[in-house]
Structure formats: structure tokens, C-alpha cells
Write a protein of this length. Structure first.
Length: 745
């Protein structure tokens, strides 16, 4: 049997209240609300109200069209309520609180209807609401549409696009309590008071995408209160006072007015800061007022004020920014138009940084009756070029107002010298000229390029070596003496990491029982180089092969000659190091190699073939010289040739595993008989020295491979090969995987 609680209001103290309740019975069918404590409750008919003074773990829903009315405390929660209260109807308190959460907690309140009262539509006393979602109306005809007091907590408050939260006086009050998150898409308004008021409270994030409006103050942060992040992409406005006030020991850590945001007061200041701190104030939208857009009073500090939007005082003779407190850093891009120049009155900021967008769109500021000394700089986000930017500062008569009128700034990878000059009595121009990079920093940036060029040489060498180690040979023939193969090669070169992925096609022709020829094309599909080198995919690796065999069955002696050639276009970038510039240039890189190999193939057993070999290889890799472009101080690089003569010895093995499968492998050593690489010679900055490519040269290196052939039938074969080699520069390793299909015809 269900247990019911019938709650009769005990706080009606005056006969007047009874008269009001009695007069309401004309629409309230059923008297007091009936709540079931053991299951979800839906209120379908008009009633007076109810109280919950025991644990309730089931949801309560007030249906649309249903009215709950009482003198005060229409819904009283005095116990933990692990549930959701949903109001789709109307909750009206004629005298006091509509929803009172007293020393209790509730999981969620969802309102799509109307909650209406004189004082305290939703009132918390030492209590917690995890989630408060409003898409309807929450209204107090006097004060406190929502009052959060006495160490209470609202974790999340969301007012949707259709939501309206309003009061005549204080709409949302956070008094010595905490609100973790407020997100407003709709309207939060106060008739004669403040829309959001904090006294000793903590508001972690406030994100306004709708409107927060009042007469005397849209947002009021007072009495040691704190706001972590206030982001406005909608409208925050006050018609008879300041739109946002931060007072008396309060802290506003971050205030961001986005490009779509408007903060305005029609009579006073847009933002007023007194005896308080605003750590970061960022404006990309519009902040305006009849007087100062930003008013920073005595005892107040703004740590960083960044203005890329518009700050505007609408009264002639008043400044956009009025400062008698402290502004540590002011960043400004406002001033593209003469009428748009930012005006500033009072104590100069400690640091003023101009933001330059183009040669005709940059920050301009006029200082009115200002005092103090400031540091001038150029903001790092600026886009600048050498030249003069006129009238960036006005209203300052003496150079002594600047800590320095000359300096150096690094912007967009370039270093500029800047100078402030005053061709007119109180007007100052900014002149920028490229700063010559230091020799030491430029040398360091060249050393970084050298390592990447060595890696590129290694990558080209790895591809050519792999092609010439019998891998691209086409030696599978049928009655017509023809052979065709296609496949995929993937090579990974370490230090620096570089990868190539290629499509390979080979063709062969058997001239007679002793002679055959072959050719190949290795076309890059993808070429992932070091971050500062971009090699184009076009320009395949190509080569020819000629083979003589002593015997028809290919046992005995074999002589093989082969070559490989490739030409690539490359773009090479040089990164900024210290005062050095970021430069780039384009060049051509060619590689070629020639191999002569003598081997002897003999059958150790009926299923095991051994082929010891020795070979000589000549390789040449050449990078053409180039000069950087788009740089104030371009560097010119010489041509670099890498030439090597190498002896190779090793053993190749084939083992017949089944009628269709043959395992294969090889081990060997290669030793450079000679290896010459031109030094990297660079000019363009005085004092640069050459860089050697051969100071970390590995002359003796191992090579090895393993793989298998699978014979689909007498004329078709699938092959897989894994190849390992060490490369000349900086003991770099390369690994290659090659898969191919071969057809005999």
C-alpha cells in the first residue's frame, strides 16, 4: 500500500493569507498536492503545494496546464532529493518562496513552465542543486528570481534560448555561496536592480550568448567575490549604471568579450573596476558607454587588457579608457580610422603594445592628461613589414614618457629594429627595419639544415642500393623469353625519420640461354621527409640491368651490370633560431649509381643454392645550389656532390621448402674505398663557416635481406623481401619491404 504524505502549510500567520488561499480554491481542484514517496509522481491537477521532509528518490513532474499556488513555500525541500523535479505548469507563491531548498539537496530542477513569486522564486539556504535548467519563466516581482545563499552550491545553471529569468530588483543573487557554471542563451533581466549579483560568492564560469540586462548593473561582483571566466558573445547592458562592476576586493580572472559580444551602458561605464582585480580583459567586440568604456578606479588593477574590437566613449571629451588605478599591459589594434583612435586618460599603462594587422590597419592611441612612463612594444601576433606607421601615438610631448624609443622585436620569424619619432609636437610615428641576424644564430640554423640534407642523401642512396641488389631483376621467363613484374616498395630511413612508398614495375627479356636484360621504374607514391624538406613525388627512380650466366640453368659464374638514376625537385626550409630568419628555397637533387657484380651459384644440396658474390659500385648524388627567397637576408647555398666507390662482398642463399615455396636471404658487407662529399658553403651573413658532411661517416656497413617466393603456377610468382642496410651518414639505418607479382611469358 502506497504511503502518502499530506503536507499542510504551517506558516500562514495572518488571516489575509487564509483569505488569499480561500480565494484560490475556485481553480485549485483537490486541495493540497499528493506526493508518493515510493515512485515517480506526476501532478495532473491544480493544488496548493507540498513539502518534502524525508528522503525522496523518485522524480516529480508537474504537467502542463497545472497550477500550484500557495502563500509561500509552494515546494519545500528539506531533505536530500536524489531526483528531478520537472515543472511544465505554473508554480506561484503569493508572498514568499516558490521553491525553497533548505539544508537539503536536489539532483535537478527542470522548468519549461512558470515559477513566479514576490521574493525568491528558487531559494537555496545551505543547500545544493546539481543542475538547474530553465526554458520557461522564473520571475520575482520584487527580488531574487534565484537566490543562492548561506554556503549553497548550484553546480550548473542553464537558461535556454526560450528561457527568461527576471526580477524587479536582484535577479540572480550568489551570497557567500558558489555557482560552478552559468550558461545563458535566453534573457536574464532586472527591472530596477542587478541581473547577476555576487557578494562574497564564487562563480566559476559565466558564458552569455543571450542577453543580461538591468537598469543599475547587469553583473555586480562585490565584497571579495570571484568570477573565474566570464565570456560574452551576446549582450550585457545597463541603462542607468555600469554594465559590469568589479568592487571591493573582488577578482575577475578572465573577462572575454568576443567578436559578437556587446557590453554597453547608456549612462555610466561599460566596465567599472574599483579596489579589485581583473586579470585578463579581452575585447574583440564592442564595449561602449556614455562615459568611459572601461573605468579603472583607485586601488584597482587590470593585469592585461587586449583590445582588437572597439572601445567607445559616446561623450565628447571623455576617454574610452579612464585609469587612476593600474593597468600593467595594454594591447591595442583599434585605430584604423582617424575617428576610431583609442583614447586613454590617466596613469599610463606599464606596457603598451601596438597590434599591426596591415600597413594601413594598426592600433592608434591618444593619451589625454596622462602621467607616468610606459614600455612600448609590438605585439607578437602582428603582421608587419618594413616601413613607417604614422601617428600610432598622440598626446605625448616628451620622449621621457617612454622607457625607450628604440628596440628590437621578433615577429613572424623575423627580427625588426623599431624606432619611435615625433615629427609633430605630440604625435609619434613607428619605423620598422629588418634586423641583421647574428652570425652564431644563423650558423646554428644551417647546422640543423645540414642534418636534414644528410638524411635526404641517405634516403636517395637507400632507394638506389635496394634497386641494385638483384631485387629489381626480372629473371622469370616462359617460351617467349619475356618477364614482367609490378609491386610496392616501402622504405623507412631513421635519423631523421624519412619514409618513401613507391610503385615498382620491372620488365625483362632473355636474349639467349646466356644473356638477358631488364629495366625498372620506381615511382614514389608518397615521400615523407624531415619537417623542413619537401621532395616532390615526380621523377621516378629508373635503371637498366644486363646479366651473363655461364650455364643455362644459371649455375656457375654470373656477371651482372646495373645502373639507377633519379632526379627530384626539393623545397628546403630553414627554421628560426634566435635572431636568424626563416628562409626557404628550391633546388634539384640527382642521384645515379653503377654496379658490376661477379657471383658464383652452386647447389650445396638438391634444394639449397648458395651464391657468394663480390661487387663494385660507384654512386653520385648531387644537390644543386640555390638562394633563399622571401627573406630580408637570404642565404645562398653551394652545390653539393656526394661521390663514393664501394666494394661489396656477401652470400645469397635460396632454399626450396616445397614445390611452390622458396625461401631466400642474403648477408654482406660494403666498404667505401673512397667517399668524398663537398662541404656545405653558405653566404649571405658575414662570418659564416662551412659545414662538413663527412665528420660522421660510417665507411663499413652491413647489409642483409630475407624473403620468400611463392609459385602460383609455372608462369606466375609472388615475392616478398625485407632488406636491411646501414647508410654512410651518421650511422643511419634503413629498412625496406618489397612485395611484387611476376609473370613469365
Amino acid at each position: 500500500m502506497d504511503f502518502y504524505i499530506f503536507f499542510f502549510k504551517k506558516n500562514v500567520k495572518f488571516l489575509f493569507y487564509f483569505f488569499i488561499i480561500f480565494s484560490c480554491k475556485s481553480y485549485a481542484n483537490g486541495g493540497d498536492c499528493v506526493i508518493e514517496t515510493t515512485q515517480t509522481t506526476t501532478i495532473n491537477s491544480d493544488c496548493y503545494g507540498f513539502g518534502l521532509i524525508t528522503t525522496q528518490n523518485y522524480d516529480i513532474t508537474i504537467n502542463s496546464g497545472v497550477s500550484l499556488i500557495d502563500a509561500d513555500y509552494v515546494l519545500e525541500i528539506g531533505w536530500p532529493l536524489n531526483a528531478t523535479v520537472t515543472n511544465n505548469g505554473t508554480i506561484t507563491a503569493l508572498v514568499e518562496k516558490a521553491i525553497w531548498v533548505n539544508n537539503a539537496s536536489i539532483s535537478e530542477i527542470v522548468n519549461s513552465g512558470t515559477i513566479d513569486t514576490v521574493n525568491g522564486a528558487i531559494f537555496l539556504n545551505n543547500s545544493t542543486i546539481s543542475t538547474l535548467n530553465n526554458s520557461g519563466t522564473i520571475n520575482a516581482s520584487s527580488s531574487y528570481a534565484i537566490q543562492n545563499s548561506a554556503s549553497s552550491l548550484i553546480s550548473s545553471l542553464t537558461n535556454s534560448l526560450s528561457g527568461r529569468i527576471s526580477a524587479y530588483n536582484l535577479t540572480i543573487e550568489n551570497n557567500l555561496s558558489t555557482i560552478s557554471s552559468v550558461v545563458n542563451y535566453g534573457q536574464i533581466s532586472a527591472g530596477a536592480g542587478t541581473a547577476i549579483y555576487q557578494y562574497g560568492g564564487a562563480l566559476t564560469t559565466l558564458n552569455n550568448l543571450g542577453s543580461i540586462t538591468s537598469i543599475t548593473g547587469a553583473i555586480y561582483n562585490d565584497g571579495g567575490s570571484s568570477i573565474g571566466e566570464l565570456t560574452n558573445s551576446g549582450t550585457i547592458s545597463a541603462s542607468a549604471n555600469t554594465a559590469i562592476q568589479n568592487l571591493n576586493g573582488s577578482i575577475l580572472s578572465s573577462l572575454e568579450n568576443t567578436s559578437s559580444g556587446t557590453i554597453q551602458s547608456t549612462t555610466n561605464s561599460g566596465i567599472y573596476n574599483e579596489n579589485a582585480v581583473i586579470s585578463n580583459l579581452t575585447n574583440a567586440g564592442s564595449i561602449s558607454s556614455l562615459y568611459a568604456a572601461i573605468d579603472n578606479r583607485a586601488g584597482a588593477t587590470i593585469t592585461t587588457l587586449s583590445n582588437t574590437g572597439t572601445l567607445e566613449s559616446q561623450t565628447s571629451g571623455y576617454a574610452d579608457i579612464y585609469n587612476v588605478g593600474t593597468i600593467i599591459t595594454l594591447n591595442n589594434s583599434q585605430g584604423a580610422l582617424l575617428s576610431d583612435t583609442l583614447t586613454f586618460s590617466g596613469a599610463l599603462p606599464t606596457n603598451y603594445n601596438i597590434i599591426i594587422n596591415t600597413t594601413s590597419n594598426y592600433g592608434k592611441v591618444e593619451f589625454l592628461l596622462s602621467s607616468g612612463v610606459m614600455n612600448f612594444g609590438i605585439h607578437s601576433t602582428s603582421t608587419v613589414s618594413a616601413g613607417t606607421y604614422s601617428s600610432i601615438i598622440s598626446g605625448i610631448s616628451y620622449a621621457s614618457s617612454f622607457s625607450s624609443t628604440t628596440g628590437t622585436s621578433s615577429i613572424g620569424g623575423k627580427t625588426y629594429n623599431w624606432t619611435l619619432t615625433n615629427p609633430a609636437a605630440t604625435s609619434w610615428d613607428l619605423t620598422l627595419s629588418p634586423s641583421s641576424p647574428s652570425t652564431a644564430d644563423t650558423q646554428t640554423s644551417i647546422q640543423a639544415i645540414k642534418g636534414q640534407l644528410q638524411g635526404n642523401l641517405n634516403s636517395l642512396t637507400a632507394g638506389a642500393n635496394f634497386a641494385n641488389m638483384n631485387t629489381y631483376d626480372c629473371n622469370f621467363f616462359d617460351s617467349k623469353g619475356g618477364c614482367f613484374s609490378f609491386g610496392n616498395r616501402y622504405t623507412d630511413v631513421q635519423s631523421p625519420s624519412m619514409q618513401t612508398n613507391s610503385f615498382v614495375a620491372t620488365g625483362g627479356y632473355k636474349i639467349d640461354d646466356h644473356f638477358r636484360i631488364a629495366g625498372f621504374i620506381d615511382q614514389n607514391l608518397n615521400y615523407n621527409m624531415a619537417s623542413n624538406i619537401d621532395v616532390e613525388n615526380k621523377g621516378p627512380l629508373m635503371g637498366l640491368i644486363g646479366v651473363w650466366n655461364q650455364n643455362v640453368n644459371q649455375l656457375g659464374w654470373q656477371v651482372k651490370v646495373a645502373n639507377a638514376y633519379q632526379s627530384k625537385d626539393a623545397s628546403i626550409k630553414r627554421s628560426v633560431t634566435g635572431t636568424s630568419e626563416a628562409g626557404s628555397g628550391k633546388t634539384d637533387i640527382d642521384s645515379q649509381s653503377y654496379v658490376a657484380e661477379l657471383s658464383y651459384n652452386y647447389a650445396a644440396t638438391s634444394s639449397l643454392l648458395l651464391r657468394p658474390y663480390m661487387a663494385l659500385r660507384y654512386a653520385l648524388v648531387k644537390q644543386e645550389g640555390y638562394t633563399e627567397t622571401g627573406v630580408d637576408y637570404p642565404l645562398t647555398y653551394n652545390s653539393i656532390r656526394d661521390r663514393s666507390k664501394t666494394a661489396l662482398v656477401g652470400l645469397k642463399v635460396k632454399k626450396q621448402l616445397t614445390d611452390k615455396v622458396v625461401a631466400k636471404g642474403s648477408v654482406g658487407l660494403e666498404h667505401d674505398l673512397s667517399h668524398k662529399t663537398d662541404n656545405l658553403e653558405v653566404s649571405g651573413v658575414s662570418g659564416l663557416t662551412s659545414e662538413s658532411f663527412t665528420n660522421k661517416l660510417d665507411k663499413t656497413r652491413p647489409v642483409a635481406s630475407v624473403g620468400a617466393d611463392y609459385y602460383i603456377d609455372p608462369t606466375q610468382r609472388l615475392s616478398a623481401t625485407a632488406f636491411y642496410q646501414e647508410l654512410p651518414f651518421a650511422s643511419t639505418k634503413a629498412r625496406t619491404l618489397y612485395f611484387n607479382y611476376m609473370l613469365a611469358f
